[in-house]
Write a protein that binds this ligand. Structure first.
Ligand code: NAP
Length: 328
């Protein structure tokens, strides 16, 4: 079968990736074999190439976000049938879905509702499930009325804004100038141009000096350290890229919390309920889209031969919205 592969451990660039013929996989007892119809592209896809993953065997086929059709079932699998339309966010230590076929354990899968296409399902995994975890799973939402979501035009931020609006919160978001128009379609209550404006001053102004109750940080450590000063009393920072240095006195005095999201960590957690939550969150997200409550914001569907081009565009920050690849 055809797959986009990392040939060996010395291949550390997007350019070094190749499409090659590799052996079609066979499902283990707790796995299904999926004919891949569509795959989602994410920043993590090129980051793992550049960083390397010790657990990989070579050739390694890339790709985490899959949507396709079950074509074979392992001996111990129950509740799933050949012909089921499924999607799932894969384990980055295993061979992935930039390939005609992929095997997957069933805990990560969800059944795609009839009115949702393979392309849409593939777009709702890494970014959308991270946003879902950051909004619906990690923070205590009891006292949340205001939220600051960084990088509102990004894969994670754009879904987080929509989930936050469904809660009825006041939503503030940071973007650079050329993404303001795009993010307006999500109707945040305030858009902060982080390259031109003082984000902390704007947050103070928007909250009558109180700070925000919740911050979703999708950009990194430096911003996360500033975010701690932007939180209201009892506020929570959810961080998905890095963990800030903390001032224990400030954290204690102001009753602050930090939640860390590592979506793919669930695969390696050895915790059956955390693993199963990947499939559960996926099902819930698919339903929100089927019900018309969340817009997946697909920017473009690329042919399989253009995955490298798509990854380069993501790396160069040239993409607004989700890139999806049609595989079969
Ligand atoms: N922990 C996890 O489980 C997990 C899961 C998924 C993703 N991630 C990581 O989370 C990050 C975001 O993912 P994504 O899919 O949303 O990426 P994305 O779609 O590429 O969006 C990231 C955007 O952040 C913006 N940005 C950079 N610095 C900023 C700042 N200081 N303030 C506001 N915006 C800023 C950039 O837009 P501008 O052009 O406006 O600068 C960039 O396009 C990536 O690093 C990804 O690897 C982590």
């Amino acid at each position: 079968m055809q797959a986009l592969i990392v040939q060996n451990q010395h291949d550390k660039t997007i350019d070094s990736l190749t499409i090659a013929n590799i052996e079609k996989p066979t499902p283990a007892a707790d796995q299904v074999l999926i004919k891949v119809h569509a795959a989602g592209l994410n920043p993590v896809d090129y980051k793992v190439v550049e960083g390397g993953v010790a657990a990989w065997t070579y050739p390694h086929s890339l790709g985490l976000d899959l949507a396709g059709e079950i074509v074979a079932i392992g001996d111990h699998v129950t509740g799933w049938q050949v012909g089921d339309r499924v999607s799932g966010h894969g384990d980055l230590t295993k061979n992935g879905c930039f390939a005609e076929y992929v095997t997957a354990p069933t805990y990560q899968l969800a059944k795609i509702p009839d009115k949702v296409s393979y392309e849409t399902a593939a777009s709702l995994l890494c970014g959308a499930l991270t946003a879902y975890t950051a909004v619906e799973r990690k923070p205590n939402l009891t006292n949340v009325k205001t939220v600051l979501i960084h990088a509102g035009a990004g894969g994670v931020g754009s879904i987080a804004i929509q989930l936050a609006k469904l809660h009825g919160w006041q939503v503030f978001t940071t973007v650079s100038t050329n993404k303001i128009k795009y993010v307006q379609q999500l109707h945040p209550d305030a858009i902060i141009d982080y390259r031109k404006e003082d984000v902390s001053a704007r947050v103070k102004e928007l909250t009558a000096n109180n700070g925000v109750d919740l911050i979703i940080n999708t950009v990194g450590k430096v911003e996360a350290e500033q975010d701690l000063n932007r939180l209201a009393y009892n506020g929570t920072l959810v961080t998905i890229v890095d963990v800030p240095e903390i001032d224990a006195t400030q954290m204690f005095n102001r009753g602050l919390s930090i939640d860390v999201v590592n979506l793919g960590g669930a695969h390696l957690s050895d915790n059956p309920s955390q693993k199963a939550d990947l499939g559960k969150m996926n099902q819930e997200m698919l339903q929100l889209v089927a019900d018309g409550k969340i817009n997946p914001l697909i920017e473009k569907v690329l042919p399989f031969t253009e995955i490298k081009k798509g990854l380069q565009l993501i790396k160069d920050h040239q993409v607004i919205g989700k890139l999806v690849v049609k595989v079969n």
